[in-house]
Design a protein around this ligand. Structure first.
Ligand code: DMJ
Length: 645
């Protein structure tokens, strides 16, 4: 077949018979394509090239959106998981599209010292009048009478919006007059009520987003008004159950309870992470059972608890990271046979409680075995543990690196809390805790320059690094809890110093929100105590700082801790609240004009952050009394076991 020398159309042949013998080798395909290309007229080639160029340009323009979608689809592990789940040490930051010019608010301009110029393309910043930012403002075209309201402080990204003015602004004005720092008891009480209501309002707003766009799914994606699945078990809903109960949000609680009763099933062929599902799902169900007395939640807790047990069927009895709760099989991550130390040592409160409630010792026995083995292991430094442990031989791996941050953090928290849960009798746990705190003081504690902020750094093969994760901000609260339970008074002194540092991690940022990781300056002559690397500027709505503020306020009654928490809540409202419902993680805490939403509301924002804020603003020490309850690492209160009479 001879092609005409000139053709004014492009023909596509489906037969592939031209050469008589079809051969699908690479070379054949290459030659055949090239021959066909040469047979085309110049016009035809130009048209094809033009189409390819247009496709390429379109592809580049939509790359960020696509990668973001892909990230949430393929990760399987939310960023949160970042804490303990085995994955690359450097957190990935989404490629950010180019920002279009938009006017900044005057107050924002004054704050913009270090703002960088990255972010989504259609982000628009408009002037906004003060008002209730919790109102969903979705329509970009203002209708008559609403024009002014809509033209203010709203950052829009692909149709969704983040309010740049806080929803609590109305109450902020009140604050200027009624500030507790005026030491006026009456005003202090009033502002307390206002703050409690502001947390309830924030919860309702977050819940609205979850309900409208991701009901029954794991996590809300508030910008794209969709959801992401991790385990496919309604993670946010379960994590939030006891928060609703504590905040007195009865209607919301009842509708969630109906979902648990009618929709929640663990009979699913799905891999779940043992640690994350224990602290969020098992912990959430157990605490909700205790608060409500409703056996629905106990039955569900028993179901998930027993389905997680195959994780402990390993040669060493150190559990695997992942369990298929439908098949009853467990396995480590694909690339290693290690588990994370924090993961295997931060499931004890929940499984011990499950044994207590069911009178079935298998759960407690399995998690106690892990603690006993870790207690005896070589490779610790003054009570500090490495980050990984092998499930075959039960030994620490990747030794020589010590941190109180990701992959080790809640090991220390659960030493103390198990001791408290069990009525302060298990001395091995207490000794390991006390030794570890001495290890922190000796190896990881330093002061920054120029202002002498006390911080907890990291040690890598004898080399000190002045790096501190926001996750470490659980430590002031844990130290204070220990001191409250009779441990050395200097633990409380250290708790106060570290609390100040964690607060400064917020104050030093232009948005007033802490980044994921900071580095402290050690050298004299530095002008700033705190530096943030480009890749560490994100904020995932994490709870640790407000968690510690809650403990510090409960034990000291110093109002400054409530005031600090109030500032943080206002900044969450200002930079992470999405008008159509929900709150979003952000990429850049250093750019108040353009914080760059990540389009994810982590379940712990409802499970922990808002709960601790509410408890912080409450002056009722019996609202989850710390004499009766101990919080798991996901803020789910579990009872302290009464001593036998
Ligand atoms: C939560 O899942 C828990 O608090 C965990 O201990 C640490 N990471 C997140 C919150 O940051």
């Amino acid at each position: 077949m001879h092609p005409p020398s000139h053709r004014d159309y492009v023909s596509v042949s489906l037969s592939g018979q031209e050469t008589g013998s079809y051969n699908n080798s690479k070379q054949w395909r290459r030659q055949s394509c090239w021959r066909k290309w040469k047979q085309l007229s110049r016009l035809q080639r130009s048209v094809i090239l033009l189409i390819l160029i247009l496709v390429f340009i379109f592809g580049m323009a939509s790359y960020p959106t696509i990668t973001e979608h892909l990230r949430s689809l393929t990760d399987g592990v939310p960023d949160t998981g970042s804490d303990h789940v085995l994955k690359p040490l450097i957190p990935h930051v989404l490629p950010e599209p180019v920002k279009q010019g938009h006017p900044a608010l005057p107050e924002q301009l004054s704050q913009r010292k270090l703002s960088n110029k990255r972010g989504p393309p259609v982000l628009q910043n408009r002037l906004q009048k003060k008002g209730n930012a919790s109102d969903a403002i979705v329509d970009e075209t203002p209708v008559d009478g609403e024009k002014e309201r809509k033209e203010e402080g709203v950052i829009s990204w692909r149709g969704a919006m983040i309010d740049t003015e806080q929803g609590t602004e109305g109450t902020k004005d009140q604050e200027k007059v009624d500030s507790p720092s005026n030491l006026d008891a009456k005003f202090s009480k009033e502002s307390g009520a206002i703050r409690l209501e502001a947390v309830r309002e924030a919860f309702r707003h977050a819940w609205k987003g979850y309900k409208d766009f991701s009901w029954g799914h794991d996590e809300l994606r508030p910008i794209s008004k969709s959801y992401s699945e991790w385990f496919g078990l309604g993670l946010t809903l379960i994590d939030a159950l006891d928060t609703m109960w504590i905040l007195g949000l009865k209607d919301e609680f009842e509708e969630a309870k109906i979902w648990v009763a009618t929709e929640l099933t663990f009979s699913k062929n799905v891999d779940v992470n043992l640690f994350e599902s224990t602290i969020r799902i098992l912990g959430g169900l157990l605490s909700t059972y205790h608060l409500t007395g409703d056996t629905l939640f106990l039955d569900k807790a028993k179901d998930i608890g027993s389905r997680l047990m195959p994780a402990f069927n390993t040669p060493s009895k150190i559990p695997y990271s992942d369990v298929n709760i439908g098949k009853g099989t467990a396995h480590p991550p694909r690339w290693t046979s290690d588990s994370t130390v924090a993961e295997v040592t931060s499931i004890q409160l929940e499984f011990r409680e499950l044994s207590h409630l069911t009178q079935d010792p298998q759960y407690e026995t399995a998690v106690a075995e892990v603690m006993n083995q870790v207690h005896k292991l070589d490779g610790k430094l003054d009570g500090l543990v490495p980050m990984f442990i092998n499930t075959n031989n039960g030994q620490f791996t990747h030794q020589g690196i010590y941190t109180l941050g990701a992959r080790a953090d809640s090991y220390y928290e659960y030493l103390l809390k198990q001791w408290i849960q069990g009525g302060k009798k298990e001395t091995q746990l207490l000794e390991d805790y006390l030794q570890a705190i001495e290890g922190v003081k000796k190896n990881l504690l330093q002061k920054s320059s120029p202002n002498g902020l006390t911080f907890v750094g990291e040690l890598s093969h004898g080399q000190f690094s002045p790096k501190m994760d926001h996750l470490v901000c659980f430590l002031p609260g844990t130290l204070a809890l220990g001191a409250h339970n009779g441990l050395p008074a200097d633990h409380m002194d250290l708790a106060k110093q570290l609390m100040e540092t964690c607060y400064q991690m917020y104050v030093h940022m232009e948005t007033g929100l802490s980044p994921e990781i900071v580095h402290f300056n050690l050298h004299q002559g530095s002008t700033r105590d705190i530096e943030v690397k480009l890749a560490d500027r994100h904020n995932l709505l994490r709870p640790e700082a407000v968690e510690s503020l809650f403990y510090l306020y409960r034990f000291t009654k110093d109002n400054k801790y409530q005031d600090w928490g109030w500032e943080i809540l206002q900044n969450f409202n200002k930079y992470t609240k999405v008008s159509s419902g929900g709150y979003t993680s952000i990429n850049n805490v250093r750019d108040p004009e353009y914080p760059s939403p990540r389009d994810k509301m982590e379940s712990f924002f409802l499970g922990e952050t808002l709960k601790y804020l509410y408890l912080l603003f409450s002056d009722d020490p019996n609202l989850i009394s710390l004499e009766q309850y101990v919080f798991n690492t996901e803020a789910h209160p579990l009872p302290i076991w009464p001593s036998p009479a």
